[in-house]
Design a protein around this ligand. Sequence first.
Ligand SMILES: [Zn+2]
Length: 160
Amino acid sequence: MKIDKDTVVSVQFKVADAATGQLVEQTREPLVYLHGGYDNMLPKIEAALDGQEKGYETTLTLQPADAFGVRDDSLARTIARSEFPPGVKVGGQLEGRTDSGEPHVFHVVKIKGDKVLLDGNHPLAGRTLRFTLRVTGVRAATAEEITHKHAHGPGGHHHH
Ligand SMILES: [Zn+2]
């Protein structure tokens, strides 16, 4: 079966920094997504996989704008440790607001003396990344998956 709109695709990922070759992420279980422009996958990756079948392997290099975005320095901020909720550590996340007041998740980057450095950028923003992809499965989506605009089942979306 070919990857087409409204198929559910299982894909193994390896993501490396294109500049340094450093491995930044590797899937243990395949990622399972509903294909066809539902915003479940980076558009460049969907385009590369479109029309391919199980077993297809490819490597593609994506610029920051096509991957996890360019860095937005207005999302990096320093707050006083005293304003910090207790129990949040480096590597943790907390909900804040952007300069325009939108709710946004910030990552705790560093705690330095009485200052806490937060960054609301995706951890991989600003990096050119090399994706190594292997398609491990393709199936037709169910009507329910199409209505929900995401894949269900193992590796997909779970409803509680
Ligand atoms: Zn659903």
